[in-house]
Design a binder for this molecule. Sequence first.
Ligand SMILES: [Zn+2]
Length: 227
Amino acid sequence: MAGALQSDTVRFGSTDIAYSIRRSRDRNTIGISVCGPWVEVAAPLGMRAAAIRPHVERKGAWILQKLDLARRHAAIYPKVLRAGDTIRFFGRQYLLRIHPQKTARSRVEMNARQFHLHLPPEAAPEAGHKAFKRLFRNELEARLPAWLDEYARKLVIDHPPFHVRELGNRWGSCTAAGTLQFHWLLATQSPAFIRQVVAHELCHLIEPRHSKGFFQLLNRVRPTSEL
Ligand SMILES: [Zn+2]
């Protein structure tokens, strides 16, 4: 069975978690990764599936959280938007209305309850999606600096450079060079959630790993009571 890929399932709460097992000679511990909708477990050569299961069960909550994030990204990120879709924006829901019109460029307007997407008649199917991506990025670029400042001050560090971009199934990341990156879809989340992501990534500038010290630091900067 060396190198062969095997599948297995564990039950966590009321959910089945399916995963593939990849065994290799150069591993002596178990590693679990979630990439999009896929869960993969790397295990030492010769380790039986029954011995791997408890490790996966222990990480069940974390795995489901990752899977849920990937699913939510897919659901709020349709490539082709349709009239009547729900658009989430800073934690609130808006109805999407689409208006064909005679301008060269697509644009988005909003009021208290609706987004209005104006599209040229011959617009590509993904034009609406791109218009929202632009809007979300602009809004985050305008709002993130104040939150970055607030937590950077608490950590007594300089406000770091940041980018808003496509970031796969992560909300935020911190590069080795000390630049923070945020997913443009963060604009769909509530301000409280976004602030938590901002504080989390800022703490990584001081402690790159998810160590005990990291979570102590995060809790000091942004206590869970504020969530
Ligand atoms: Zn982290």
